[in-house]
Design a protein around this ligand. Structure first.
Ligand code: IMP
Ligand code: MG
Length: 197
């Protein structure tokens, strides 16, 4: 008698899911769909590959950058670039839409930054505090050079000057979610980036 594993049953039970369109989430208006993001990530990878030395370490800021970093390192790999990958966790936002104004390091520093070229990656630059704070920390810990890259940029919100070397999409002052980015810990799983009401 043939036996089927739970994994087989699950696969067979959901064939229609593969490739089906993502229904929009109520309350979220799509700004950048999966295809547009993927295309921009490839372009960013080419820009980074053209500007940085071959040897560098990516430091992603958690939690927001986890999806972007995952796609970004694979885009880099496709063009022959193999960075090391580290993460740091900082928090500036509480559970609302407004930043608390102070940035805190949660957990430790990666120990692979001393003397290295670092590409600091975040989901969004808003006031600039998170990126400025983290960039300073990395330099204090001996990073030889810190490049910065954010998928989204809200230039009109900037309060702290910090150089952003690579930007995916500049956007207006709107609150966005998806592709790793949350509102009160929701919506990180969305494959697209949208505006939340
Ligand atoms: P900054 O320190 O003010 O530049 O804020 C950067 C961080 O704020 C980002 O890493 C995000 O986690 C968060 N943030 C800024 N804008 C948004 C948004 O529109 N949606 C969700 N999170 C945001
Ligand atoms: Mg963040």
């Amino acid at each position: 008698m043939p036996t089927t594993s739970l994994a087989d049953e699950t696969r067979e039970a959901q064939p229609a899911m593969a490739g089906s369109a993502n229904p929009a989430t109520p309350g979220v208006t799509i700004l950048f769909d999966e295809q547009r993001i993927a295309q921009r990530v490839e372009e960013l990878a080419r820009s980074v590959a053209g500007a940085l030395d071959e040897e560098f370490v990516i430091v992603g800021l958690l939690k927001g950058s986890f999806v972007f970093v995952a796609d970004f390192v694979r885009a880099l790999d496709r063009i022959g670039v193999q960075p090391e990958v580290e993460f740091m966790r900082v928090a500036s936002y509480g559970r609302g839409k407004e930043s608390s104004g102070t940035v805190q390091l949660i957990g430790g520093m990666p120990d692979a930054v001393d003397g290295r070229t670092v590409l600091l990656v975040d989901d969004i630059i808003d006031t600039g505090r998170s990126l400025a704070y983290t960039r300073d920390l990395l330099l204090e810990h001996g990073a030889a050079k810190v490049w910065t890259c954010t998928l989204l940029d809200k230039p009109s919100r900037r309060e702290v000057e910090v150089p952003v070397d690579f930007v995916g999409f500049p956007i207006e002052d709107i609150f966005v979610v998806g592709y790793g980015i949350d509102y009160a810990e929701r919506y990180r799983h969305l494959p697209y980036i949208g505006a939340v009401e």
